[in-house]
Each structure stands twice: as structure tokens, then as C-alpha cells.
Design a binder for this molecule. Structure first.
Ligand code: SF4
Length: 751
């Protein structure tokens, strides 16, 4: 291969274009890592419309993760206390199919569950829906997107009548005021932030940047106005801004009259949020609140950006809708530079939504509860009417509860690592240990979740199979295979289809390749908001990335993102009356507020270099050296009271568990709040799993858990811990582990 392969970065939802090249290319020295191993090279694709050639450290180093710690062969065991033994694909798949058959005949379809991932390509997602929801008759498919952006999905559906972010990245360069809330884009969505920051710097006198975050993050440091509100005060703040806009008459009355419903009830609620009350409850100055309202009111084009800081909350859907309310009252929607814009966490969480990859939805932005939607899908799938259950399936945390109470008998986990990422991790692990039969399908081994599996299935990862992914701005990119999978690894969609065929659904899974899978999927988007009937692998390969909607009727002329940049430009929404809905919410605050026993609020988040549970990034030297260890950010005044200094070891306790890690004393965190990164699971550090502390209370609408906040206490280990006694940082640091390649390799039997 002499020409680079154009593809998409498989990490975050920004969806940057990559060009990937093999280690050895004619006329060039072999590309090697620090240990001298040949590694694939990746660089930004200048022609990709979303990233224009930019990449962050994760995308730039992705090549180093391709060959490390790969699961190469199917492995099986009868119980968790046995070692794995190598099995053929035939034996492993038959085991899975036989077990499904047994569960179906003894307990029924709802005892089966699959937990998938925004790392899937759209084809993987689609085939999993067809297998579970269509052929097996259960909607128990959920994805890790439930932990990430299901509140955004619910908010869009309730406000606009359909899921679907309406904005595009070009809006980052057209806005007069960017309002970031619960989004540390500089670290979590770096290329989105780069584009915004460039625009902001270039137009310093006219473009405003507001950041709402309890932490003084890298994003907040770049802002004109940083509102460091108390965790959980988001709705108070948003209602307070609305109150001032209303009081000052800075609203778009014509837009409200012609395009929305429910404004009077909303106005009645926000009238109860005067600035003094809002400032007091948020812990900010009245002047800063007034400045935020002034920036909103004086700007012709306001763009809101949010991610997990809003979504991961027991009020997640209410927060999303309260952000959207501000756009509706000021007419900041459906035009360049303006709109509410959720940033997705994973590379193909958007594609997952399009393919129906959550337990309450079906392909083509359809709803499980809607009889007509079920009928449309059944017809295309060629299955009898009534095959799809009318009941939403189990959401992610409910699957753990199902294992706990014995109603779930079969769990299939693919491309994700719930033994690190679920809330209340000790309870999660206990539930996983109780699972009678767990299939774990992943590209890597070991992972924390592999410990709980009865069958391991080796998956090809993104560059070893061909499929499509959709990024946060609805741009679909074809990701072609550019290398062979290692060992016997196979594409996720192929594995699902093979099990389907073994269960007798031969006709439903007769696909020659992933292009054929995609061709069938797009038919289910016809005439839907996310219509991609004009797309195919062949067209994406020929033209490059294309933004949806892209209906079949659209011609080649639409292929270069010249159209369809924004949704709702005609101000017609997907609701029954075509109007967008206001919603009025009072703030309820945190599910677990601080109290005298647990006086601090712990908030959690990502670091710039690491990705989720480190399955890839923990194996990349450069990223490990950027972020070698977990830590807890503590405000200097809290640290003084606790008599701790940076580098000293502390124990952090919640009602569910504890972690031990070094303190990082910093002004970047407000008093009473502490911050811990989310990336360290049991494989990478002892007793430093953030989810040992978090709780599973979730938004009642989106079912997204409040992973962003819980109440904790802090105990300095050097002073107060009776079991550990005096502990120096040098001794304590031995509890922080970095698995080496040799320890990883010895974890699997040879083969
Ligand atoms: S910003 Fe996201 S998509 Fe872009 S290179 Fe970084 S991790 Fe990849």
C-alpha cells in the first residue's frame, strides 16, 4: 500500500479524518515506536470537512495501539474460576447459539441482553438490532452511549419531536457567542475547541465565549466569562439567564409565536428566578450572571455546546431542554452560527442512534413504543408482524440489576468495558460475577470485563473491517479496512450475523459483506429525519465524507457537504404540529448532595490524552507519560483544612466504596468540590477506580446515571488512616500499576 488510507479517528465524537499508513513504505525508513517495534502511522486528513487536517494526541498515536494486547482467538471456559482454553470459532459460536436457544425456551427472550458500544461501526450496530430486537424478540440491547448522551437524545426528541443535533462545525466559526456548559471541550473534544478558539481569538472584540463549569478547566481559562457554578445548579443558572432576557425584552417574540409551543408556562417558571436568588444558589456573582444574559441578548447568533457535564445527571433531560429553551426564546436556531449542539463522546454514538442502538429506539430514529414504527421495521426485516416487542428493553444499569435479581440469564458485552465504566463498580462487579453466561467480544485482552466472561470472542477493530461512522455534526465517513485482523479476529457484525444464522435466521443474515449490510440499513432511514438513502459504501468511497440528511433523490451535487448543513432551517420541527416545545423545569439539584458526613462533591471527567478505560491509550507510551497516574484535585483552602499537600496520599470515601490516590492541590477546583479523572480501572491502578465512588441514580427520562457527581469524604492517609498508618508517596506509588506487555501476554494461555 503506497497511498494512505483515508478513514476516521476511532476515539471521540468529533470525528476527525485520518490518513493511515503502514510501518514500511517504499523509499522510507520503517516507522517504529520507542521500543523499536514497527507501528502504523496516522496523520490528519486535510480534506476531511470536520477536522481540516487537525488531530489531537489520541488520533496521532492510534497506530501504536493496533498490535498491542490483541485478543486473537476465541476462548471458552465453563465457569469463572477456570482458566480460558482456546476454541475454534465453530465451537465458540455454537456455545453462544446453544445458550441463547436454551434461555429462549426456558426463560423467554427478555432474559437475554446485549451491551454494545459507540465504538461499533453502523453496520455492527444495525445487525445487533436485527438479531436482538427483530429475530430474538427482545429490546434488551443497550449501549455505553446510555452513560454518555442519552439525555441529549431524550431532550431533542421532547423539544423537537426527533433526535438529531441541528448544528454543524462551521457554526463554530460563525457564532457571535459560544455558550459551553458541562463541556471541557479543550480536553475532551480538542479539535472542536481548536476551531472555536481560533475564531474567538481572531474576533476577540466581537465574539464572546462563556464557559459554565465548576472547574477552571483549560476550556474555562480561554473564556471571556467563566461561571463556576455549584455542581447541580445548571437549571437554576439557565432559568436565571432566561429571567433576565425576559425582563429586558431580549427575546424573539415572532419566533416564539410562529414556531414554538408552551412559552407561557415556561415564562411563569423563569419569573421565579430573580438574579439575587440565582447568584446565591449557583455560588456566582450577580454581575457575572447579568454579563452572561447580556452576551446572550446582544448576540445575533448564539451556539450552545454541551456534553457529559449536562447529560450525566438525574436531571439530564431537563437540563438539555432548559438549554434548548434559551435558543427557542431568542430564536437562536436553524441559522448559521446558532443552535443547541450536543457533543457526542464516542466516534459512532451518532451512527448508533441512527441504527436504533438503544433499548427504547429502532433504526431510522424510530421508537419501540410506536406501533407503526415497529411495523415498518418488521416489514423490511421480513419477520412476522408482532415480532418486535412493544416494550422498551433494559437500559445499561437495569441489565446489572437483572443479573442481580436473576431475571437476566445471558449477557453479551461487545466493544466496551462495563467492569470499569458502570457506576457503583463493586456492585457492578458482583452482578457480573452472578451472570450465568457472559459473552465478551472485544479487540483487546486483557480488559477488566474479560475476567467475568465465559466466552471471549476476538473482534476486528476499526481499521480491520469496512464500515461507516457518523460524527457529532452528522458527517458520515467510510472507514475502509486497511489491514488484516490479527489471528482469527472477525468483524462484530459478522459475529452477530453468524450467531443469527445458527439460530435459524438464515435469510435475515445473508450478507456478502458490510456494504450489503449498509445498503439494507439505509432503507430504514427513508423519509426519516436521518435519511441516508442516498449513501452507500461505494458513494462514500468515491466522494469522501457526506453529511446527512442525504436522501436518495439528492444527486452527486450534494456530495461535498454543500447542503444539509443544518436541520430545521425552515423552522418546521418534527412534532405533530410542527412547533418546537418549551419545557418548564425547576431545579432539583444533585441526587446525593453533600452532608456533614460526606461534605465534598466529587465530580469526574476525562483527561486530554486518555480515552475512557484506557483499553487503547493505556498501551501508548506517549499518552501514559502525559497522564501517568490518577489524582484528586482539591482546592487549596480545603487542602489546608485537611492538612494535605500536593502529592500526599488520601483516601476518598463515598457511601459505596473508596479510592486511594495522591492529592493535587489547585485553584482550578472550587471549595467543597473535588475532581477525579475517570480512566483508571483495576488493570491500571490499585484502588483508584472512580466508579467505586459513584452512584447509579439516573435521569428518569433518559435513564442516564449521574456519573458526574456524588458526595464523598476525604481522609489524609499519612495522618488518620489506622490500617495503613504512615505512608510515603514512594511506597504508595507502588499501588499504581502500569501493566507491561509481558504481564499482559502472560494473562492468556499460549495460542
Ligand atoms: S479530537 Fe477526537 S476524533 Fe479528533 S483526533 Fe482527537 S480523539 Fe480523534
Amino acid at each position: 500500500m503506497s497511498e494512505p488510507t483515508k478513514t476516521l479517528c476511532p476515539y471521540c465524537g468529533v470525528g476527525c479524518g485520518l490518513e493511515v499508513m503502514p510501518p514500511a513504505r517504499p523509499g522510507r525508513p520503517v516507522n517504529r515506536d520507542a521500543q523499536g517495534n514497527p507501528v502504523w502511522q496516522a496523520r490528519g486528513d486535510r480534506r476531511h470537512p470536520s477536522s481540516l487536517g487537525q488531530v489531537c494526541v489520541k488520533g496521532a498515536t492510534i497506530g501504536e495501539s493496533l498490535d498491542k494486547s490483541r485478543l486473537k482467538h476465541p476462548m471458552v471456559r465453563d465457569s469463572l474460576d477456570q482458566p480460558f482454553r482456546r476454541a475454534s470459532w465453530d465451537e465458540a459460536l455454537q456455545r453462544v447459539a446453544d445458550r441463547i436457544q436454551t434461555v429462549l425456551s426456558t426463560q423467554g427472550p427478555d432474559a437475554l441482553c446485549m451491551y454494545g458500544s459507540g465504538q461499533f461501526q453502523t453496520e455492527d450496530y444495525y445487525i445487533a438490532q436485527k438479531l436482538l430486537k427483530g429475530c430474538l424478540g427482545t429490546n434488551n440491547f443497550d449501549a455505553n452511549s446510555r452513560l454518555c448522551m442519552s439525555s441529549a437524545v431524550a431532550g431533542y426528541i421532547q423539544s423537537f419531536g426527533s433526535d438529531g443535533p441541528s448544528c454543524c462545525y462551521e457554526d463554530l466559526e460563525l457564532t457571535d457567542c459560544a455558550f459551553l456548559i458541562g463541556a471541557n471541550a479543550a480536553e475532551c473534544h480538542p479539535i472542536v475547541f481548536n476551531r472555536l478558539q481560533k475564531h474567538h481569538k481572531k474576533n476577540k472584540n466581537t465574539v464572546k465565549l462563556i464557559v459554565v463549569d465548576p472547574r477552571r478547566t483549560k476550556t474555562a481559562k480561554a473564556a471571556d466569562l467563566h461561571l463556576a457554578i455549584r455542581p447541580g445548579a445548571d437549571i437554576v443558572l439557565l432559568n436565571g439567564i432566561a429571567h433576565l432576557l425576559l425582563r429586558q425584552g431580549r427575546i424573539d417574540a415572532a419566533f416564539i409565536d410562529e414556531c414554538t409551543a408552551g412559552f407561557a408556562a415556561y415564562a411563569a417558571v423563569v419569573s421565579q428566578y430573580p438574579p439575587e436568588l440565582v447568584a446565591r444558589e449557583c455560588g456566582i456573582r450577580v454581575e457575572d450572571l447579568e454579563t452572561a444574559a447580556r452576551y446572550w441578548g446582544e448576540s445575533k447568533r448564539v451556539l450552545s455546546l454541551w456534553s457529559m457535564g449536562v447529560n450525566q445527571s438525574t436531571e439530564g433531560t431537563a437540563k438539555v431542554r432548559t438549554i434548548i429553551n434559551l435558543h427557542l426564546m431568542t430564536g437562536n436556531l436553524g441559522k448559521p452560527g446558532a443552535g443547541p449542539f450536543s457533543l457526542t463522546g464516542q466516534p459512532n454514538a451518532m451512527g448508533g442512534r441512527e441504527a436504533g442502538g438503544l433499548s427504547h429506539i429502532l433504526p431510522g430514529y424510530r421508537m419501540v413504543k410506536n406501533p407503526q414504527h415497529r411495523q415498518e421495521v418488521e416489514q423490511l426485516w421480513g419477520i412476522p408482524a408482532g415480532s418486535i416487542s412493544p416494550d422498551p428493553g433494559l437500559a445499561a444499569w437495569d441489565m446489572m440489576l437483572g443479573l442481580e435479581n436473576g431475571s437476566v440469564d445471558f449477557l453479551w458485552v461487545a466493544a466496551t468495558n462495563p467492569a470499569v465504566s458502570m457506576p457503583d463498580i463493586e456492585r457492578t462487579k458482583a452482578a457480573l460475577r452472578q451472570s450465568p453466561f457472559t459473552v465478551y467480544q472485544d479487540a483487546y485482552y486483557p480488559t477488566e470485563t474479560a475476567d467475568y466472561a465465559h466466552v471471549l470472542l476476538p473482534a476486528a477493530q476499526w481499521g480491520e473491517k469496512t464500515g461507516a461512522m457518523t460524527n457529532s455534526e452528522r458527517v458520515v465517513t467510510l472507514c475502509p479496512a486497511f489491514r488484516d485482523p490479527p489471528g482469527e479476529a472477525r468483524a462484530d457484525w459478522w459475529i452477530f450475523a453468524e450467531v443469527g444464522r445458527r439460530l435459524g435466521f438464515t435469510k435475515q443474515f445473508e450478507f456478502a459483506n458490510s456494504a450489503a449490510v449498509y445498503d439494507e440499513f439505509v432503507q430504514l432511514t427513508r423519509d426519516r429525519l436521518c435519511d441516508v438513502t442516498g449513501l452507500s459504501h461505494a458513494r462514500l468511497a468515491a466522494t469522501g465524507p457526506i453529511q446527512w440528511p442525504c436522501p436518495e433523490a439528492e444527486t452527486e451535487a450534494t456530495s461535498a457537504n454543500k447542503y444539509n448543513k443544518r436541520l430545521y432551517t425552515n423552522l418546521q420541527f418534527a412534532t405533530a404540529n410542527g412547533r418546537a416545545n418549551f419545557a418548564a423545569f425547576h431545579a432539583k439539584g444533585l441526587a446525593e448532595p453533600p452532608d456533614p458526613t460526606y461534605p465534598f462533591v466529587l465530580t469526574t471527567g476525562r483527561l486530554y490524552g486518555h480515552w475512557h478505560t484506557q483499553t487503547r491509550t493505556g498501551r501508548i507510551d506517549k499518552i501514559r507519560s502525559l497522564h501517568p497516574n490518577p489524582f484528586l484535585e482539591v482546592n487549596p483552602r480545603d487542602a489546608q483544612k485537611l492538612e494535605i499537600q500536593s502529592g500526599e496520599w488520601i483516601e476518598v470515601r463515598s457511601r459505596r466504596g473508596f479510592v486511594r490516590l495522591p492529592a493535587l492541590v489547585t485553584q482550578n477546583i472550587a471549595r467543597g468540590t473535588v475532581f477525579m479523572p475517570m480512566h483508571w480501572g483495576a488493570l491500571w491502578a490499585d484502588q483508584a477506580e472512580v466508579n467505586a465512588l459513584t452512584h447509579p441514580e439516573a435521569c428518569p427520562i433518559s435513564l442516564e446515571p449521574e456519573l458526574k457527581a456524588c458526595a464523598v469524604q476525604i481522609i489524609p492517609l499519612t495522618v488518620q488512616h489506622p490500617e495503613v498508618g504512615e505512608i510515603s508517596p514512594q511506597v504508595a506509588s507502588k499501588t499504581l500499576r502500569q501493566p507491561t506487555e509481558s504481564t499482559i501476554l502472560t494473562a492468556l494461555p499460549p495460542g
